[in-house]
Design a protein. Structure first.
Length: 281
């Protein structure tokens, strides 16, 4: 592994709610001059093999990862897992269960939208996707938001979330989630390193501190497209105080209508030394 250069440790692909294939994310990372990129799709490892093959071809280090949705104290917390064994049967079984929960939640959201006069069906969502879902891929709120925008019910994905789909919005539907501590354990049992994702977006630093102190994750995502400089300073101090690996990434989901949701690939990076730290844990 090249220990020089930069890495974006948070990207999504068509295996979940990203717009680019796993191979395309790797190619974009190379075009951006990065030395490594992580594939961290929601509740699935389906895109990792394709990304690893592209990384081998292009000379880019691909970090096999996942982003698991959890819940604690009525707050949705995302947990990143790095250098997981993405073929581990138990992990794959567990992720399948999470995707089934997502499917039930999607149906509840669509029912809520219908009651609000947004006449959207799952067929509309899949038509906007433009292809059949592959085995292991994950469908979520961004797919519903994209269909809403295509049908004229929202200006764009962010507008759909703000007015309908975000937590507390009229069409939001909660999902039964595992706890962050369970996600930490799942990731460790699959040989990976658990990291608390984008703590700045939860608006609950007390809860994040509690998770750090009780769950002892391996790291915390200090650098993120939605973090302010003050967020990055504060979480960087926490990483140092608690002996956590300070990770970072763009949370890239692709570019639609000239705008990258969360951030552009390579917009937030860390040094390759962080990748080495994660691999050595």
């Amino acid at each position: 592994m090249n220990e020089q250069g930069l890495a974006d440790l948070h990207t999504h692909t068509t295996a979940s709610d990203g717009l680019n294939s796993p191979g395309d994310n790797v190619r974009i990372a190379r075009e951006k001059g990065l030395s490594a990129v992580a594939i961290t799709d929601h509740d699935t490892a389906a895109g990792i093999d394709e990304a690893l093959a592209a990384g081998e071809e292009l000379g880019i280090t691909v970090v096999p990862g996942v982003e698991i949705s959890t819940r604690a104290e009525d707050t949705e917390i995302h947990v990143l897992g790095y250098f997981i064994n993405h073929r581990d049967p138990l992990l794959l079984e567990r992720l399948q269960g999470l995707r089934e929960t997502r499917g039930r939640r999607n149906e509840a959201i669509l029912a809520n939208l219908q009651q609000l006069g947004v006449l959207l069906t799952m067929e509309d969502v899949l038509n906007e996707l433009g292809r059949e879902l592959k085995e292991g891929e994950s469908l979520g709120r961004p797919h519903i938001a994209a269909a809403m925008a295509a049908k004229g019910y929202a200006a764009d994905i962010r507008d759909a979330f703000n007015r309908y789909l975000a937590e507390g919005a009229p069409a939001y539907a909660p999902a039964a989630r595992i706890s962050p501590l369970e996600a930490f354990a799942w990731i460790r049992e699959a040989g990976g390193v658990p990291v608390i994702a984008h703590p700045g977006i939860y608006g609950n630093d007390d809860l994040v501190l509690k998770l750090i102190e009780s769950g002892r994750p391996g790291g915390i995502e200090v650098y993120h497209s939605d973090h302010s400089p003050e967020d990055e300073r504060r979480y960087g101090e926490w990483a140092e105080r608690f002996g956590l690996i300070a990770t970072g990434g763009s949370d890239y989901h692709g570019v639609r209508n000239g705008s990258a949701f969360h951030g552009d690939l390579g917009g937030r990076t860390v040094s390759m030394q962080v990748v080495c730290q994660l691999k050595e844990v």
